[in-house]
Design a protein around this ligand. Structure first.
Ligand code: SAH
Length: 434
């Protein structure tokens, strides 16, 4: 999501005459787009900003902090980051170029207070709609369809940093995707903090289909778009219509992300996640019944306040039962202002580390097992780019969202090819074209 927001800001800057450079050493202006989901991400951004503005650096740059941490901390950031010029929240990305023009025109006067812009702005969800494909053509693009989240999970800072849910209109999203397809994009990833709740309470369900599924169907009809992905969904908005869509809309492929967070009903309740372990596992089961080759991933938090051994054991067993093949496993990070921050029974760091490691080991086992089953099978791969290490190899993804590396000519980028899988290297598959 931050990548997408940054691209939109970069587009505005380029069209206003600013020039993008490929390395921070060559930049006169640096904007850091930030995350607040965990404490560590905020510390990292503050460290980076302080280093860039250090008096030891000969070059004086203009520095801005954008996004969730700017929203979360506002003008207080100028105390931690001496010399910062700009603090821009999550509803003001589209104003960055305007602010930079102002800052640059006044830059000769020393010690100016930073511009701080973190208010809400009606309609700001409609402003993240331009792409930089004209500079670097891409095969796959992010499309922001909504902003904000109304869920209030006890651990989560996102409702504070991103605000209430605001949706873009179906027609506008489809226009953007059509434009992308005309520019050569073959895969879109729809983005939202609770992406599958898109349009709830604002647009009507039609024939039992939620606005999100209606949107998926419309995008599915757009010529040139071969694959549709979405992130980040919430299990409680994973209704039957969305599960059935995986059967009726082939462009969705056979991969779904289902953030479980915990397998213990006690912990789920305390997290204010409105589903049970049983309900969650039944969604996973239904997805695997719709398509036996379905690949599932999840998000887990270990060490949430009050998580006892028995709760963690429930998470471990649900993780194994759902047979997740990919996962983001997080150690609980206390976020001030969230309900969980004031809860008792904090879990010690060493226990968090242990639980984290147990799940990482289980994940690695489940992932390798399922990847190895693919050896000698033929898979459809959408070719994205040259593989980073070069050497005449390209990289692409399967319909089940696995990375595949194979030798081929660069002219194949953007094409869908059949690749036979020959070996598994961690989470990456290696193969040859047929
Ligand atoms: N909208 C998604 C979550 C997006 S944030 C959902 O509700 O499922 C990405 C992930 O960060 C979350 O799924 C959660 O696992 C993790 N996360 C959020 N807050 C956290 C915190 N305080 N500590 C640790 N991990 C956290």
């Amino acid at each position: 999501m931050n990548e997408r927001d940054s691209e939109s800001v970069a587009y505005d800057l380029v069209t206003r005459g600013y020039e993008l450079v490929t390395h921070e050493d060559h930049a006169d202006i640096i904007l850091l787009n930030t995350c607040s989901v965990r404490e560590k991400a905020e510390q990292k951004a503050i460290g980076k900003a302080s280093q860039l503005l250090s008096p030891k650096n000969d070059k004086k740059i203009t520095l801005g902090i954008m996004g969730c941490m700017a929203q979360n901390r506002g003008s207080e950031l100028s105390k931690n980051i001496k010399g910062i010029d700009l603090i821009v929240g999550t509803q003001k990305f589209h104003r960055v170029s305007e602010y930079l023009d102002q800052i640059i025109s006044k830059k000769s006067s020393n010690n100016l207070a930073p511009i701080v812009s973190i208010d809400e702005e009606v309609g700001s969800q409609n402003t993240i709609n331009q792409h930089l494909n004209f500079i670097e053509p891409k095969v796959t693009s992010f499309v922001s369809i909504m902003q904000g989240c109304n869920m209030n999970c006890s651990f989560c800072i996102v409702p504070k940093t991103r605000g209430r849910e605001r949706y873009r209109e179906i027609e506008e999203i489809c226009e953007e995707v059509t434009r992308l397809s005309e520019e050569g994009v073959r895969e879109v990833t729809l983005l939202g903090q609770i992406v599958n709740a898109y349009g709830r309470g604002k647009f009507k369900s039609v024939n039992g289909k939620t606005p999100f599924v209606q949107l998926l169907e419309k995008i599915h009809d757009i010529r040139g778009i071969e694959r549709i992905r979405f992130t980040s969904p919430h299990p409680s908005s994973f209704g039957d219509d969305l599960i059935e869509a995986f059967g009726s809309l082939p462009k969705l492929g056979n991969y779904a992300h289902l953030p479980m967070q915990s397998g213990s009903n006690k912990v789920l309740k305390s997290m204010n996640r409105p589903y049970t372990r049983e309900k969650f596992l039944s969604i996973a089961h239904s997805l695997r019944s719709i398509n036996p080759n379905m690949r599932l991933s999840t998000d887990i938090i270990v060490g949430y306040p009050g998580e006892e051994d028995i709760d963690f054991e429930m998470t471990r067993s649900a993780f194994s039962e759902a047979a997740f093949e990919m996962a983001f496993i997080f150690k609980y990070s206390e976020r001030s202002g969230t309900p969980a921050a004031s809860m008792a029974d904090k879990v010690p760091q060493v226990i968090k580390e242990q639980r984290n490691q147990i799940l990482l080991d289980l994940l690695s086992k489940q992932s390798i097992e399922s990847n190895e089953k693919l050896i000698n099978s033929k898979m459809n791969v959408l070719v994205e780019s040259k593989a980073k290490k070069g050497g005449g190899e390209l990289i692409g993804k399967t319909l089940c969202f696995r990375k595949v590396i194979f030798p081929a000519d660069e002219s194949m980028v953007g094409k869908s090819l059949s690749v036979v899988i020959k070996e598994v290297d961690g989470s990456v598959l290696k193969g040859t074209i047929i």
